[in-house]
Ligand binder design. Structure first.
Ligand code: SF4
Length: 376
């Protein structure tokens, strides 16, 4: 049921991605990269689960130093996720097979340099270390100039950004790249990836629904997008993002393979038309920026505590760090993001305050009750 894909084939270490190559299933370490033992355990778990590629986030020289230990001795190819500090690429490229950069994060450092200069530098670093690249566009961190140009047209902004970055890499004669365009809403993931595939049918695509949250909803959201896209011949590699305990991360690979096998065999699962009605909880899958492992328990507690509000049209976002948390919760009615000892709570654009892990649930419930009363 998966039509032949027309994308070009690229090499990522020992694996091929794109064209007639099998669709690669990948995932990412959810732990702090500097916690070498925990991150090695993540890679081990994902490798045992059958991952084709494992990604690790890097944002500082200390992360890069830790990667030297983390990366040692694994068969599974590794990719690094450059968060805001793109200059880390030169420290980590010799250790991995692929580099992901987010066009929406290139403006944070070295503000005097143009995006084109920074991309050229990343490309030359990848080329000289035999690394592939992923241009990873995320709806939660759209580059400011695209936000300004496209206003409320989120899909237009993220697709244009991806297409423009492909042109930059093409102009540098670099072909070993894939593109991802992710959103937490699977319907927008379908729209954006379909539009991108039409604009650039030659470029391999990495599929994902970001911040899909906890099972089973996180799996259903992901399945909705993957079924639609894979059945149209869109998608050369995929990642399922789930908010699950670190020891259960292998589940992301198992679910990815299951969805893939189902689509290949024509086993589609429909969802009722009201699936998107009511309370929507989005939660990040955690990464090296997570500041307190209690984040996963908190996300589960939020889900349980808010069951009483299931029929209300509200979105609650639960994020694992203070860096991306504020931005990633922008579109939610209530947003939480976790620090080492406290959790920030936002209602719409207003910061309600900063509460301990023991205080946060009652405070969230208070805000939720008020919102429900206000909405009538
Ligand atoms: S919100 Fe923070 S911890 Fe969660 S995935 Fe994003 S960067 Fe990582």
């Amino acid at each position: 049921m998966i039509p032949p894909r027309k994308t070009r084939q690229i090499q990522v270490g020992p694996i091929r991605v794109g064209g007639e190559a099998p669709i690669a299933v990948q995932s990412m370490a959810a732990t702090r990269t500097q916690d070498v033992a925990a991150t090695r355990r993540q890679v081990e778990l994902l490798q045992e689960a059958g991952a084709d590629l494992v990604r690790i986030a890097i944002d500082s020289p200390k992360d890069a130093e830790a990667l030297q230990e983390v990366a040692r001795g694994f068969e599974v190819p590794l990719s690094v996720d450059l968060q805001e500090n793109y200059r880390m690429a030169e420290l980590v490229a010799p250790l991995v097979q692929k580099i992901r950069y987010n066009p929406g994060h290139l403006h944070h450092h070295e503000k005097g340099k143009s995006v084109e200069e920074k991309v050229r530098w990343i490309v030359e670093t990848a080329r000289s270390n035999d690394c592939a690249i992923r241009i990873g566009v995320n709806a939660g961190s759209v580059a400011p100039d695209y936000k300004e140009r496209f206003g409320a047209d989120h899909v237009g902004a993220i697709v244009a950004c991806a297409v423009d970055h492909c042109a930059l890499l093409d102009g540098l004669d670099f072909v070993d790249y894939v593109v991802s365009i992710k959103d937490s809403d699977p319907r927008l993931v379908v729209d954006a990836n379909s539009a991108f595939a039409e604009a650039r049918p030659d470029v391999p695509i990495h599929l994902g629904v970001t911040e899909a949250g906890m099972p089973p909803e996180g799996i259903i959201k992901t399945r909705i997008a993957f079924e639609q896209l894979l059945a149209r011949g869109i998608g050369d590699t995929l990642r399922v993002s789930l908010t699950v305990p670190f020891e259960d991360k292998g589940q992301e690979i198992a679910v990815g393979r299951e969805i893939l096998a189902d689509v290949e065999n024509g086993r589609f699962r429909s969802v009722p038309p009201n699936f998107f009605d009511g309370l929507n909880i989005i939660a990040c899958p955690s990464c090296s920026r997570v500041e307190n492992e209690r984040f996963i328990d908190l996300a589960e507690d939020v889900k349980r505590m808010t069951e009483f509000a299931a029929e209300h049209e509200l979105t609650i976002a639960v994020m694992g760090c203070r860096v991306n948390g504020p931005g990633e919760t922008d579109d939610a009615d209530l947003g939480l993001w976790c620090g080492p000892k406290t959790v920030n709570l936002k209602r719409g654009e207003r910061l309600v305050g900063n509460f301990t892990y023991d205080e946060i649930l009652p405070r969230l419930k208070g805000e939720l009750d008020e919102l429900i009363a206000k909405k009538g």
